[in-house]
Design a protein around this ligand. Sequence first.
Ligand code: NAP
Length: 253
Amino acid sequence: MTESLRRTAIVTGAARGIGAETARRLAEDGFAVAVLDLDEAATKPTVDTIVSAGGRALGVGADVSDADQVQAAVRRITDELGAPTVLVNNAGITRDNLLFKMPDSDWDAVIAVHLRGAFLMTKAVQKHMVDVNWGRVVNLSSTSALGNRGQANYAAAKAGMQGLTKTLAIELGKFGVTVNCVAPGFVQTEMTMATAERIGQDWDDFVAARVAQIPVGRGGLPGDIAHAVSFFVSEGAGFVSGQVLYVAGGPKA
Ligand code: NAP
């Protein structure tokens, strides 16, 4: 991609894990990348990695579930990096518990970050895509959307991401915008490390138990997910929209 055609991408939750690797990959693909996360200071390692490899990146602090912060972030990205035409809704949290023990606030928090966050971010960015008749939205779902014990809030949010994806694909298609979902299985990140810690399981044992269920015989890495996002964002994927791609080392988690 030449400098004059360089497009701007936003990756939310990109300070670490899947988001950080996706931001790095999109920079390698030629995009200027807004590395958005709750704490701007925490985005510095991702930004530095991109810049030291010759890419362009901007660290932005914002809570994706807060409408005012989302508006301000998208304005700043547009001014400092360029109008965004690629959006990866990756920011996420878990607050796992069995239904009868789940505090209402943990239901609300998970729905707010994943679903309200993706809604607010996409609403704020879509204008820039429609303006140039080109855009790519990729939403992070999960194999948990198919049901997972202790994750009523997270599974509902991740299934909701799929409904949001399919509906936005229908609404935005005529403006040259594709909307797709990547649904990872087990990926080794701080999110899954926190799960192992919460249930009191040694990390290596936790990984081994999951890998035993995965047909390709290994756990997922952030780069596996970034590769799938890169495909959906690519120019050649313009006829692929409203799809959910499970990236899980097999047909199920
Ligand atoms: P992670 O390591 O926990 O990273 C998530 C990032 O999102 C963190 O930097 C976090 O910031 C940020 N974030 C949280 N709430 C936010 C908010 N309100 N506004 C902006 N940023 C926020 O998670 P991950 O494992 O890379 O997961 C990334 C995505 O993939 C998530 O949507 C997750 O649900 C999905 N996924 C992951 C797996 C897996 O096995 N890891 C499987 C399926 C799906 P803080 O550090 O400040 O909280």
